[in-house]
Design a protein around this ligand. Structure first.
Ligand code: IMP
Length: 430
């Protein structure tokens, strides 16, 4: 009964989409458990770039079930556009291969307004959110002021609930100087329409996951964002508002921890971050420009340039520990082919102390200096396919990463397309 979790080990954008796309071929179903359309999973299929925001990457494979779990927050307008976009590209999107949790919470227009207003108000102290309403919708979920997808199927109930919530929200919006002409009626009509479009897809997805696992089917649980953006274990307060790490799988899908057999970590061979917050190995100047240009490091959701830096082994080792990761898949190695020497941060210096464990406090992390080891680069194109063709300096680099992390690297991605990878282990799911 294997449940396999795949998560990013850094601040998101590790290239999870294309790896999950690869692995989804080997499982029966793919489920999302956290986040919303702040995520942007990019996959290149037959030269065509596809960016998925809510829908699991399994949708791109025939005969795989894709499931959006209860921990995901949904912007129904964007989700419907995403479904239509995929259909226009020739992909099958139907109630047979896509199920959406009845318990998933909805992003409402006021969530997006409040997200943007709060960021503007905080000025230099802003988080740098994607502006998709993610923080406010999870706040409302915890405050028991949320609206669930299945609420849209009961018009009278939805109308009453929206009125109750919106009356209070209006007071808060006026205090926050949010000037908008939202009305109960306009939202009611708009969202009832979304409900009727989505209704064939709405299901008790916890039951679906459970039945599949009991039949011995394989499910891949697709993480969004990254371990260091997790609301509990990330670089708080510069995090997203959900449990992006493996801990979020059970609460975000309704399956028991006993069904999870393996956690795979996806890790970029260097580091990037979008938005504000501490980033000890961040670099500027020519190195950052080369990483950004060669790695096309611009946000898939917002288009913002990503901050770039060297590989941070302290941070990744922490992500491995708190998420129980048993093997790593390294992405974007081709981007490092441009460098004469490559750096790995193996500890931090904080005042006069050497830190080997990732600090939990923002003020400490923000004042850490990275301590680097330097390795000779491989300076050549990396070819997909044959592990024998890996240059000696890359083998040394991989051996060093395995040695520091204490777990194997099982796959390398060396380009953005589906087939641009090198498998270092025969069965990637074992
Ligand atoms: P929010 O999730 O929109 O509230 O944004 C909170 C923080 O998480 C910001 O720094 C965002 O840039 C970051 N973030 C959210 N989603 C992603 C993602 O999918 N990739 C990378 N960063 C993300």
């Amino acid at each position: 009964m294997p449940g396999i979790v795949v998560i990013g080990t850094q601040w998101g954008d590790e290239g999870k989409g294309r790896i999950i796309d690869l692995l989804s071929d080997k499982v029966d179903a793919v489920g999302r458990y956290a986040g919303g359309n702040n995520a942007g999973h990019t996959i290149i299929v037959n030269g065509q770039k596809i960016v998925l925001h809510h829908i699991p990457s399994g949708i791109l494979r025939a005969n795989k079930l894709s499931v959006i779990g209860n921990g995901v927050v949904i912007d129904p307008k964007i989700l419907i556009e995403e479904m239509e976009g995929l259909k226009n590209l020739g992909f099958n999107v139907s109630p047979e291969n896509l199920k959406i949790s009845d318990r998933a919470h909805l992003i409402m227009p006021y969530h997006k307004l409040l997200d943007k207003r709060s960021e503007a108000r905080m000025g230099d102290g802003k988080i740098g959110t994607t502006g998709r309403g993610i923080g406010p919708v999870y706040e409302d979920k915890a405050a028991r002021r949320g609206i669930k997808l299945s609420d849209l199927l009961f018009e009278d109930f939805f109308s009453r609930r929206l009125k109750l919530i919106f009356d209070e929200k209006k007071l808060f919006m006026s205090e926050m100087f949010v000037d908008e002409n939202l009305t109960h009626k306009s939202m009611l009509n708009e969202y009832l329409e979304y409900g009727s479009i989505l209704s064939p897809y709405i299901a008790d997805t916890s039951l679906i996951f459970h039945e599949l696992l009991n039949k011995g089917k394989n499910i891949l649980f697709e993480g969004a964002q990254g371990a260091l953006l997790d609301v509990d274990f990330g670089t708080y307060p510069y995090v997203t508002s959900s449990n992006a790490g493996s801990g979020g799988v059970c609460s975000g899908t309704g399956i028991s921890p006993t069904y999870i057999n393996k956690v795979i970590g996806i890790c970029k061979a260097y580091t990037t971050r979008v938005g504000e917050g501490p980033f000890p190995t961040e670099v500027n100047g020519e190195t950052a420009e080369t990483l950004r240009a060669n790695g096309k490091e611009y946000g898939a959701t917002t288009g913002r340039p990503r901050r770039c830096g060297w590989f941070d082994a302290v941070a990744v080792a922490y992500a491995i520990r708190v998420n129980g990761i048993s093997n790593l898949m390294l992405t974007k190695l081709d981007v490092l082919s441009a460098f004469e020497t490559i750096k790995i941060c193996t500890s931090y210096r904080f005042r006069n102390d050497k830190l080997v464990n990732f600090p939990s406090n923002y003020e400490v992390l923000n004042n850490c200096e990275p301590v680097y080891e330097e390795m000779e680069g491989w300076k050549c194109d990396l070819k997909p396919g044959n592990p024998e063709s890996i240059p000696a300096n890359l083998t040394r680099y991989l051996n060093r990463i395995e040695e520091i992390m204490g777990i194997p690297v099982t796959l390398l991605s060396v380009g953005p397309s589906r087939d641009e990878y090198i498998m270092l282990k025969d069965n990637l799911l074992n």
